[in-house]
Design a protein around this ligand. Structure first.
Ligand SMILES: Nc1nc2c(ncn2[C@@H]2O[C@H](COP(=O)(O)OP(=O)(O)OP(=O)(O)O)[C@@H](O)[C@H]2O)c(=O)[nH]1
Ligand SMILES: [Mg+2]
Length: 327
């Protein structure tokens, strides 16, 4: 299956909601007290159903975009852009889909960037995010991709508190063929980070991926723990971490926006990865995120397997999200 085919397949739940909604909007005839429904007439005379772009139609469209988790502001702007040049005209579902895909792609384009690779070795990537967002899984997938690209990768199990977390990371390390540096349970994560970076340097590694704990008692604890990791890393390399990746779970919908707000205060977030886009109808939240924060989106998680981390291609994502075919 092609990249696009797989993406479309995995975004099925989100695209069903959006695409089905677009079909309904076009099929839905405006309520006119006099005479037969214009929607019916156009269907009888022209084949493809068309709908007049008027205020009622635009309101339905805006509602649909909000229901699809694009957020109120983004939904309003996208709707206004679609209205431009089309108001007062009749349009079919294919044209509406195409127009929406183009608007979504326009928002996503500036933020769709792969994780930047720097000549500095080892490049330190700190991975943060709330409990269960997919940090460990994403690290496993990233490690596998970079290793396949010929990079020497090391993983540090910075979630030292939970034994299960360390084991989970070791399983991913085996799958990816990448060593996982661990410390005894309860070790200070900052001390592990220090040792890991020192070792990665000595071994001539290209990339050090550091996993962190998602669950801490409160925000102050989390802030303190992450700040300490960064402080200690900088003793070894003043430019570390070179990237701080925030991993977000798409199934949380609009809550992902709050998580970005919070983590931007706690850590110097340089980019985002959104996971679990395969299991949710809330994929539109990615559009809201791109529009609101402008932070780079490096990749998207579309499944639990090692190959299920897709590059974030704005055109493909937009077309898959609205249920459009290949460009
Ligand atoms: N369907 C799907 N599941 C995913 C994806 N990414 C992660 N998961 C699943 O989400 C669950 C949590 O993933 P983890 O990687 O353990 O999340 P975490 O952020 O490390 O969690 P903590 O260590 O508890 O903070 C696991 O069951 C993963 O298999 C994805 O892209 N799609
Ligand atoms: Mg984890």
């Amino acid at each position: 299956m092609s990249f696009f085919g797989k993406l479309k397949d995995r975004l099925f739940k989100s695209s069903t909601r959006l695409s089905g909604g677009l079909d309904e909007i076009v099929a839905e005839a405006p309520q006119t007290p006099e005479g037969p429904k214009p929607g019916l007439i156009s269907r009888l005379t022209e084949g493809e159903p068309k709908r007049l772009v008027d205020d009622a139609m635009l309101e339905s469209l805006e509602d649909l975009l909000i229901q699809s988790d694009m957020g109120v502001d983004t939904a309003a702007r996208v709707t206004a852009n679609i209205a431009e040049g089309r108001f007062g005209r009749r349009i079919g579902a294919a044209e509406l889909r195409g127009a929406l895909a183009a608007e979504v792609a326009r928002i996503l384009n500036p933020v769709a960037r792969p994780l930047p690779l720097y000549p500095q070795k080892p490049q330190v990537v700190l991975v943060v995010g709330v409990n269960g967002s997919g940090k460990t899984t994403t690290i496993g997938k990233l490690a596998s991709q970079f290793r396949a690209a010929g990079k020497k990768v090391v993983i540090a199990a910075g979630d030292t508190f939970r034994a299960a977390a360390v084991e989970q990371l070791q399983v991913w390390g085996q799958r990816a063929g990448v060593p996982v540096l661990t410390a005894a349970q309860g070790t200070d994560p900052a001390s592990l980070a220090f040792d890991a970076l020192t070792k990665a340097q000595a071994d001539g590694a290209d990339l050090l991926l550091i996993d962190t704990a998602g669950r801490l008692q409160n925000r102050a604890d989390l802030m303190e723990e992450l700040a300490k990791i960064v402080r200690v890393l900088r003793k070894v390399d003043p430019n570390a971490p070179h990237n701080t990746l925030l991993v977000l779970d798409a199934t949380t919908g609009q809550n992902a926006l709050n998580q970005v707000e919070i983590f931007r205060k706690i850590a110097d977030v340089t980019g985002l990865v959104m996971t679990k886009l395969d299991g949710t109808a809330r994929g539109g939240v990615l559009v809201a995120l791109a529009d609101r924060f402008g932070l780079p989106i490096h990749a998207i998680g579309v499944g639990e397997q090692i190959d299920d981390l897709a590059p974030f291609d704005p055109e493909d994502f937009a077309r898959a999200l609205v249920g459009a075919g290949t460009p």
